[in-house]
Design a protein around this ligand. Structure first.
Ligand SMILES: NC(=O)c1ccc[n+]([C@@H]2O[C@H](COP(=O)([O-])OP(=O)(O)OC[C@H]3O[C@@H](n4cnc5c(N)ncnc54)[C@H](O)[C@@H]3O)[C@@H](O)[C@H]2O)c1
Length: 422
């Protein structure tokens, strides 16, 4: 039997959109029939990518609302900007399409509710494409949690620490969306890379939820300093008073008692890190600075000594990664996995592993942290976008890409083949 296919449209074809489009085309079942960007050269580039990698013609649009009118499109991949994702997602669902949006925080709590209501009213899903949920070590840690290795999890940390001073500062030259956010906003602008895996680890929206948060921002210096050094003192925004603090720290309290610390840090000179920490009553995982992660397991690791996580990799590898050749795929392979999860759900009309409640709750952290930071770190409540259903949700869909459970039975053929080969 052939693979079921569906028509896809892709909106937003800049750096990220063109990379994701290339990946999406290679996912079984995906037929990209239309592409869109408000810049004509980028929209046309999207069609060239489809031609080059798939050999088919994709229609080109500059207005995404026109693209949404097509009845041969079942799902939309949206890789636009932080302040456009939610409204495009709402329009896509209301036009009868499933939608996946790239990561970024929400501008308002209201737009999160709009996504939730559009999904509930149309029956179409809205999936945040949080690729880090499918990262190799994040999934191995998830597997360890399901096996009880961490005991009861009490505290988690994560960050987006990425030196983007050039990309942000040269936003106008590069026609990039970040700059205006750093000019006008001040908060945890990019929460989900670590908050996504963290939320799945502690059952947010399924038996747990975010209750309150407080956020504080440092002063803003990094962008001015970089601009002066690289663009000269006379560059027009060299002395611009950026709102966004260089380092923003946010603390979230969860209904089941866990605390989560998030760090946003994109304007200081430093290597990339997501600073992932998982602390439980029986073990602690810690992302290391030299590219190797650490673990300490009570009564297993030498007392008071970290061990390299690598030592435990084989034992705890998530089955999705066991036979996965990630070479050639974006971000070490996690981009292809998150797109496969999206496509599987969209083509077969199934619930996605990251649903609209996850999307809304994770994205809302941004505008809530802006509010808290503006009030000197005052705690602010996080809305319950499930309207109480987090206490008793409908069952999740099990499958290979499930992020609530490791569904070994879906890998049985592969795992038994592996055992025979050993
Ligand atoms: N998950 C990841 O690892 C990862 C990596 C990089 C970027 N991203 C995210 O992907 C998104 C895109 O990133 P980017 O670097 O390509 O940003 P960008 O600002 O360079 O590109 C956004 C594109 O969207 C287009 N666009 C905006 N509004 C539109 C509209 N209404 N209609 C049609 N097109 C519109 C713009 O013209 C632009 O080409 C961002 O949310 C970013 O945070 C995620």
């Amino acid at each position: 039997m052939g693979v079921k296919t569906a028509g896809f449209g892709v909106i937003g074809i800049s750096g990220r959109g063109s990379g994701m489009l290339r990946e999406l085309i290679s996912v079984p079942g995906v037929n990209v029939v239309a592409v869109c960007d408000k810049y004509e050269d980028r929209a046309k580039h999207g069609a060239e990518i489809v031609k080059q990698y798939r050999g088919t013609d994709a229609a080109v649009y500059l207005d995404y609302k026109e693209l949404l009118k097509r009845d041969d499109i079942q799902a939309i991949l949206c890789c636009t900007t932080w302040i456009t994702h939610a409204r495009i997602a709402v329009d896509a669902m209301r036009a009868g399409k499933h939608v996946a949006i790239e990561v970024g925080g929400a501008a308002s709590v209201e737009e999160c509710w709009q996504m939730v209501r559009a999904s509930e009213e149309t029956g179409k899903f809205c999936m945040l494409l949080e690729n880090c949920c499918y990262d190799r070590d994040e999934l191995a840690v998830f597997n360890m949690k399901t096996l009880g290795i961490f005991g009861e999890i009490t505290h988690l940390e994560g960050g987006y620490r990425h030196d983007l001073r050039d990309e942000i500062s040269l936003g106008r030259e590069k026609r990039h969306g970040r700059l205006v956010n750093f000019m006008y906003r001040n908060g945890e602008l990019y929460p989900t890379h670590q908050l996504g895996p963290i939320s799945k680890l502690i059952g947010i929206n399924r038996g747990n939820r975010f209750l309150t948060l407080c956020s504080m921002s440092s002063k803003s210096r990094g962008l001015n300093c970089w601009i002066k050094e690289n663009m000269g003192e006379d560059y027009d925004i060299a002395d611009y008073s950026f709102n966004q603090g260089d380092v923003v720290t946010t603390l979230i309290k969860c209904a089941n008692g866990e605390t989560i610390q998030l760090t946003h840090d994109c304007c200081t000179p430093r290597p990339y890190s997501r600073d992932y920490v998982v602390q439980g009553t029986k073990a602690t995982f810690c992302e290391a600075k030299e590219g190797k992660n650490w673990i300490y397991i009570d009564n297993v690791s030498p007392r008071h000594e970290w061990e390299y996580f690598e030592k435990y990799r084989n034992k705890y590898e998530h089955p999705l990664w066991r036979n996965y050749d990630s070479s050639g795929h974006g971000h070490g392979g996690m981009d292809y996995l998150v797109l496969s999860a999206f496509a599987e759900a969209a083509v077969n009309d199934l619930a996605p592993p990251i649903d609209v409640y996850d999307t809304a709750a994770w994205m809302a952290i941004t505008c809530l942290s802006e509010q808290s930071s503006a009030m000197g770190g005052m705690p602010v409540p996080v809305p319950d976008f499930t309207n109480g259903m987090w206490i008793e949700r409908e069952p999740y869909r099990r499958g290979k890409y499930c992020l609530e459970e490791v569904c070994h039975d879906f890998f049985e053929n592969e795992e038994s083949k592996e055992e025979k080969e050993q």
